[in-house]
Design a binder for this molecule. Sequence first.
Ligand code: PLP
Length: 253
Amino acid sequence: MKKALTVAGFDPSGGAGLQADLKVFQALGVYGLSAVAALTAQNTQGVSAVQAVASGFLKKQLDVLLSDIVPEAAKIGMLLSSRNVRAVSSIIQKYGLKNVVLDPVFISSSGKRLAEKEVPWNISKRLLPLCRVITPNISEAEALSGIRIDDPVSMRTAAEVLKDLGPEVVIITGGHSEGEPVDLCYDGKFHLLKGRRVRGEFHGTGCTFSSAVAAHLALGSTPLEAAKKAKLFMSKAFSKAVDAGHGMKVFDI
Ligand code: PLP
């Protein structure tokens, strides 16, 4: 059985963060491991409060886990604090984790800050060099690259800048832009991954996509294959989204 680890935030609504990631791993036939980096109080209408797990305790969770089980892939999501960025960076190096997928999380769809101010800088310096794949959306790619993205050319430039910071493959997800959603995958060559716009607001799209990429890497796909399979998985997830609460839809996968 292949195993994938998620290091992310705790979402009581089950639509994003650790809970969403574990559901994706399960759906794709990968055994899920998890370590919690941040707690949130939220529902489908928005995030009300956040609290970082102490970085020493995050490290403890990972040390105890990884000294026993080595995952074939790891997904990193909401870390909230710069201390947690440093903790995860040192753990990845200590255990030589492979197939690390980073989904940077800075702000929720509902507008709540999910990262301290210096987190993007710390991620650029300390985590990007250790990642195989990163999956920022447009605003996260802007925060990490320092490049304003307002057309396909600037999107490509940002992808090149981000790849130069270390990851083998950069996937800038275009779901939050106008028009048909096109993800840009850059592995030294540019690939456009087209999707169909689905009506409605959805909670946890970034988490669901990135954990599907990690699961497929764990199963042996190349990053480009994993990205294509994760897109297909997303289109199934969109078709199965439900109104669990009174706000955004969540994926019932
Ligand atoms: N809560 C947690 C724990 C998350 O990891 C994320 C996003 O990654 C969110 C909330 C925000 O999710 P969304 O912007 O899809 O509502």
